[in-house]
Design a protein around this ligand. Structure first.
Ligand code: V47
Ligand code: SF4
Length: 360
């Protein structure tokens, strides 16, 4: 384990890990030693605190002009199961938001062939009008690129109009895996990895904090994952605009990617731990319980993770692909899960500021 000890010493000394270090941790590192090191580094950065938020997912439509091979959620217009929700439907669904303590709307959806950009602006304005205190985290870089195409506007103008309508942060979806050869096979119509990064850089320049994701466990190699994280780390060095890294565990049911089973618990936990060690300029690493399952997400708290996402409510994207986790969790469940892992639950807002004032 000489090589592992060298990597651990490097990381403890605050030195940056190389891509070959990260690959070694994937291929040859000792699982428990890796988890322990990631937990130790996280402890230095974030102490015992584990964040969660009280949020609500809004997915206005699953009709999408793209046909990503890994996506079980999207439908073509007119296909069975296709849906579109008008703004009034959405307002009706979230009318109790304040009573439920919701602090964030997380809005993502398909690339609808007919809706104009003005429709999305109106949705944000309507939500802000009815719920001024709830933060709007909306639209992936893929959607932003699509809005620019359908409106004929450039990206900075699209972002500015969205901000004026109420957008305050962006989620990290659409990143998938940046490596062009893999991307060509799993989502050929989707914007390139380079374009995703370019749009995120423009969002950061416009003072919009964003998240970053990586879809893993399909046909990519460990080297592709490390390459993906390397590109995120490089952009973060330049902008500092990423709030959190969220690895997304691939679910194969109802998708065009023929693969049996799910990612293994070992792979999930290793990926989170390596992210904690390699992404030295990301303060937060999130275990997205929807994709990991509630129990692996809890275990992840011992592998360098300091965020469990939120209550979510009505998750649709992963459940279309066979997820067996709940479609939403109560705050009490999340807090209890964190306490039982020996950590301190802390409700946060979208920007990782503590809120709620209910420390144990
Ligand atoms: O971009 C699609 C992924 C993403 C599948 O920023 C799948 O806080 C697994 O990005 N199996 C959307 N994953 C979800 C997302 C997200 C979720 C929660 C929090 C945040 C955040 C972002 O879901 C897509 C894609 O990468 N996805 N299909 C599937 N079959
Ligand atoms: Fe459309 Fe997004 Fe699904 Fe791709 S992942 S098909 S862009 S909804």
């Amino acid at each position: 384990m000489k090589k592992f000890d060298e990597i651990a010493a490097k990381r403890r000394a605050g030195e940056r890990l190389s891509s070959s270090d990260a690959l070694f941790l994937y291929e040859a590192g000792d699982f428990f030693a890796l988890g322990k090191l990631a937990a130790e580094i996280n402890q230095k950065i974030n102490g015992d605190v584990v964040y969660y938020n009280i949020n609500r997912h809004i997915n206005p439509t699953n009709i999408c002009v793209n046909q990503c091979r890994f996506c079980a959620y999207s439908k073509l217009k007119g296909e069975e199961g296709a849906y579109e929700e008008c703004i009034d439907d959405i307002l009706e669904q979230v009318k109790e938001a304040e009573t439920l303590g919701i602090r964030e709307f997380h809005i993502v959806g398909g690339l609808h062939p007919d809706w104009p950009f003005a429709h999305y602006l109106e949705l944000l304005r309507a939500l802000k009008r009815e719920h001024p205190a709830i933060v709007i985290k909306a639209f992936t870089a893929v959607e932003i690129d699509y809005f620019a195409k359908i409106s004929g506007l450039d990206i900075p103008t699209v972002l500015k109009q969205l901000q004026d309508a109420g957008l305050q942060a962006m989620p990290g979806g659409g990143a998938e895996i940046f490596a062009p050869a893999v991307r060509e096979l799993i989502c050929p119509e989707k914007i390139s990895g380079a374009r995703w990064l370019e749009i995120m850089a423009l969002a950061h320049r416009a003072a919009i904090p964003t998240n970053a994701t990586m879809l893993y466990g399909h046909i990519e190699s460990f080297a592709d994952r490390v390459d993906h994280m390397e590109k995120l780390r490089a952009l973060q060095d330049q902008t500092g605009g990423f709030q959190v890294f969220i690895p997304l565990a691939f679910h194969a049911t109802n998708t065009d990617i023929r693969k049996k089973g799910e990612t293994s618990a070992i792979d999930d936990l290793k990926t989170l731990a390596i992210a904690r060690l390699y992404l030295d300029n990301f303060q937060h690493i999130k275990a997205y319980w929807v994709m990991l399952g509630e129990k692996i997400a809890q275990l992840a708290l011992l592998f360098g993770v300091n965020d469990l996402d939120g209550t979510v409510v009505k998750e649709r994207i992963t459940h279309a692909a066979g997820a067996r986790s709940a479609v939403g969790l109560s705050e009490a469940y999340i807090r209890n899960s964190i306490i039982r892992a020996g950590r301190q639950p802390q409700e946060r807002d979208t920007f990782y500021q503590p809120v709620g004032g209910r420390d144990e």
